[in-house]
Ligand binder design. Structure first.
Ligand code: MN
Length: 489
């Protein structure tokens, strides 16, 4: 990797970009890491360069790419953060600070690990670009994982599957999620990896041929109705995602219809539905497989039309979306931090703060009260447990762990609502606050401001750590108040 390749990626998309700072950052990092090598034998600078290259490919803004080049300087060299701030300003310095691990003195072992993770979440809540750098950093580390001791390989690969990939998923960054998972997969589940790649090899080859033929044919047919899509291509399912799906389909690869899906990219939403209409007049759709994620986006924001059809005796899945939806589907929240040229490109839509609320929820938990092992378990549980998605009466989506009850929902909305909930309407019908919620439920909380308060019983029924912590706080407070009243009698 070298600076020129990074500049090329940026200049290709943004010919007028001023990359002076980036070039300076390269010189700075190059000198700082002078003489250092990685365990893989490469010069150290290779790693920050790969990190920055990935960020440039993702088309994230320049300060983030610059921070990517500098990200290991404070941790691994004699140069301190202050100097980066002096040279490159506080925006870049803050980003670098966000992924720099804590000093080695204060914490050790698991405790240090938990503290670093916690610190990263804090930084991420302040500026989500921190996690983009972490992803790019992690991808290169996974690519060079072979050079590490097996124990370390396991730790890094597992952490990728348990923490980083789910975060990417939550942020709607499916491209990155897939890349992280496929790099970690062979280390965490070597046997399964071998099996999946073997069993799918022939299928993929077969599909690849079919898909090419199908695309050609469809292009002609669309031309006949004078419709020209912006782009049309086959997209192979990634191995780890295939493995997860196989687990749900009795390991029967013949039941997987989207091994390679055909993506059709069009200009606007009207055209999405028009193409769907054309497809259904040409092919017989499989029943129950038409999904309108445009009218009803997935909770992480994903939008597209999906349909599975019979073409001759083959089964093909189509995914239809606009180019903006395509950007968002691949890069999720990162699409909002895309490179901006002042006055040239239209401004990106601002991020809906609701989409980032879960990061803050992670932090709201009073982390200091837990031992490091407990804290890690709780973080993993928050990401790992199966999630359900329920709706507020205004149709906002709230995601909760499976088995959650209206009390979990209420605390997720607001502490006050949680503390005073007395009942719930689930899909318009009265229910108790202890009823288990199901995916897709619409939940309305009934509140009694004067009389209702949390009970000890709730503690055993709630599923989220957030609700549990809030109930404990509230119980403590009311016990204290009782005591206070006794003293004042
Ligand atoms: Mn690094």
């Amino acid at each position: 990797m070298n600076l020129e390749r990074i500049l090329e990626v940026i200049k290709n998309k943004h010919p007028d970009a001023d990359t002076t700072m980036l070039e300076l950052a390269y010189d700075f990092a190059q000198q700082a890491h002078q003489g250092q090598t990685r365990l893989s034998g490469e010069e150290y600078i290779e790693h920050p360069l790969e990190t920055a290259y990935k960020l440039a490919e993702m088309d994230i803004d320049l300060p983030t790419v610059i921070a990517g080049i500098l990200h290991d300087v404070p941790e691994n060299t004699a140069i301190e953060l202050d100097e980066i701030k002096k040279e490159f300003g506080s925006e870049v310095a803050d980003l670098v600070a966000g992924i720099t691990k804590l000093g080695k003195i204060k914490y050790r072992g698991l405790e240090r690990y938990a503290e670093n993770l916690r610190k990263m979440f804090v930084a991420m809540a302040e500026d989500v670009r921190v996690i983009f750098i972490k992803f790019a950093d992690r991808i290169h580390n996974l690519k060079t994982l072979y050079a590490l001791r097996p124990v370390k390989q396991q730790r890094i690969a597992k952490e990728t599957l348990e923490i980083y990939a789910p975060i990417a998923n939550r942020l709607g960054m499916s491209e990155l999620q897939g890349e992280l998972e496929d790099l970690a997969f062979p280390y965490v589940y070597p046997e399964e990896y071998k099996w999946v790649t073997e069993v799918s090899k022939k299928k993929y080859e077969e599909y690849r041929r079919d898909v090419q033929r199908e695309i050609k044919r469809l292009r002609k047919k669309l031309e006949n109705v004078s419709f020209v899509p912006m782009d049309m291509y086959g997209r192979a399912k990634r191995y780890y995602s295939l493995y997860r799906k196989l687990l749900r389909k009795d390991m029967d690869i013949d039941r997987i219809y989207d091994l390679i899906a055909i993506r059709i990219i069009v200009k606007n939403i009207d055209e999405c539905y028009r193409v769907l209409g054309v497809l259904h007049s040409l092919y017989k759709p499989m029943s129950g497989r038409v999904k309108d994620y445009i009218a009803q986006p997935k909770p992480n924001g994903y939008q597209s039309l999906h349909t599975t059809v019979y073409s001759d005796n083959k089964i093909v899945e189509f995914q239809i979306r606009t180019s903006q939806m395509d950007d968002e589907a691949e890069w999720g929240i990162a699409a909002h931090w895309a490179f901006k040229e002042t006055g040239k490109k239209k401004q990106r839509m601002p991020v809906d703060p609701e989409k980032l609320k879960w990061i803050k929820t992670l932090l709201e938990r009073d982390s200091e009260q837990y031992k490091p092992e407990e804290y890690l378990d709780k973080i993993k549980m928050d990401f790992f447990k199966n999630r359900i998605f329920v709706f507020t009466p205004k149709a906002d989506v709230i995601d909760l762990p499976e088995g959650s009850i209206p009390i979990d929902f209420a605390y997720h909305i607001h502490t006050f609502i949680g503390d005073h909930c007395v009942g719930a309407k689930i899909n318009g019908r009265m229910a108790t606050v202890l009823t288990a919620l199901k995916n897709g439920d619409m939940v309305e909380i009934l509140v009694d401001k004067k009389r209702a308060k949390p009970s000890e019983e709730w503690l055993n029924k709630v599923q989220t750590n957030l609700a549990r912590d809030k109930i404990k706080q509230s119980l403590k407070k009311s016990n204290f108040n009782k005591l206070f009243q006794i003293f004042n009698r």
